[in-house]
Design a protein around this ligand. Structure first.
Ligand code: PMV
Length: 302
């Protein structure tokens, strides 16, 4: 029986989550944590080891199989370094790697458009209204600007490393996206003003990331966090983790992904990063992560 393996990276949204759902630009980077998937040929049906029922990875795999005219069944096996449900794009990475492993197993080269499309079908199962940012960055890797109506444009940011702090509180992206939509429906004028602020902040952030002006990046992250707080997606854990990072010497911090818990990111001068991580580790999981890594790729094993 044939089999093939693939991997895809997780991501951090540096600026612009939630507003990206409303076609505002967001700045995003892949990170050096990956999800690995093996696709094995079986007689019939689509199965994910350790799982029953439908899920995004299976949906992505089935989508690719159907598009490539594959007539038999597939069993998927996964291994992931990306913590789940905390804003680092774990499910999109698994869906992207599943689509890629399926295609490789069938004997077709990786078609990134097909992989993104397949993974997006998978994400629709769990997200309320996915912008497509997670599946784009997990497929294409690197870093850049994403806009729903325009897709992803790769850019080279000068920021190499970021601090990621996991508050440990898991949450569902769909619930938070729905909460923001309810706010927009009940207060469209206020929401439109916040969207305008979010868009102008992206322009400034883009310049700061390309300079790089780390102090400015920090200030803009704090401003982005204020906007996210105003739409109700921050939480006590997020605010505590941000305060800890700032007290330990970070220049700025904000939630990343959907919020409501999950992870925050912080920036600091390179030599201060180890000390900040040590201090934050007394209360939360914290790590240094490298940005701008390779997107989906074939692997010898998982
Ligand atoms: O928390 P995550 O990794 O699912 O990221 C969600 C990002 C949002 O902007 C909140 C939603 C989206 O689809 O863009």
């Amino acid at each position: 029986m044939r089999s093939a393996c693939a991997s895809a990276p997780g991501k951090v949204i540096l600026f612009g989550e939630h507003f990206v759902v409303y076609d505002k630009p967001a700045l995003v980077s892949s990170i050096d944590l990956r999800a690995y998937v093996e696709a094995m040929e079986i007689d019939q049906g689509f199965h994910l080891e350790g799982w029953s029922g439908d899920n995004p990875a299976l949906r992505a795999s089935r989508y690719v199989a159907e598009r490539l005219g594959y007539g038999r069944g597939i069993k998927l096996r996964t291994r992931s370094e990306i913590p789940q449900s905390v804003g680092l794009g774990s499910s999109a990475s698994i869906s992207v790697a599943s689509a890629a492993a399926t295609s490789l197993m069938i004997g077709k080269p990786l078609d990134l458009d097909l992989i993104m499309e397949a993974a997006h079908q998978g994400e629709k199962l769990i997200h309320y209204k996915p912008s497509g940012i997670d599946t784009a960055i997990a497929s294409l890797g690197g870093a850049g600007v994403y806009r729903r109506s325009e897709g992803f444009r790769r850019l080279s940011f000068k920021l190499q490393d970021i601090i990621i702090v996991n508050t440990g509180k898991m949450r569902r992206t769909g619930d938070l996206v729905k909460k923001v939509k309810d706010l927009r429906d009940s207060n469209p004028k206020m929401f439109a003003r916040i969207l305008e602020d979010a868009e102008s902040l992206i322009q400034e952030a883009l310049e700061a990331l390309r300079s790089p002006d780390i102090e400015r990046i920090g200030i803009l992250m704090r401003r982005n966090q204020e906007l996210l707080r105003s739409i109700g997606v921050s939480s006590r854990e997020i605010e505590d983790a941000i305060k800890l990072c700032m007290k330990a010497g970070a220049l700025g911090a904000k939630l990343t992904g959907a919020g409501g818990g999950g992870c925050i990111i912080a920036v600091a001068e390179d030599e201060k990063i180890p000390k900040i991580i040590d201090e934050v580790k007394r209360f939360f999981q914290a790590m240094r992560s490298r940005l701008m890594v390779e997107g989906v790729r074939s692997e010898p094993s998982i």
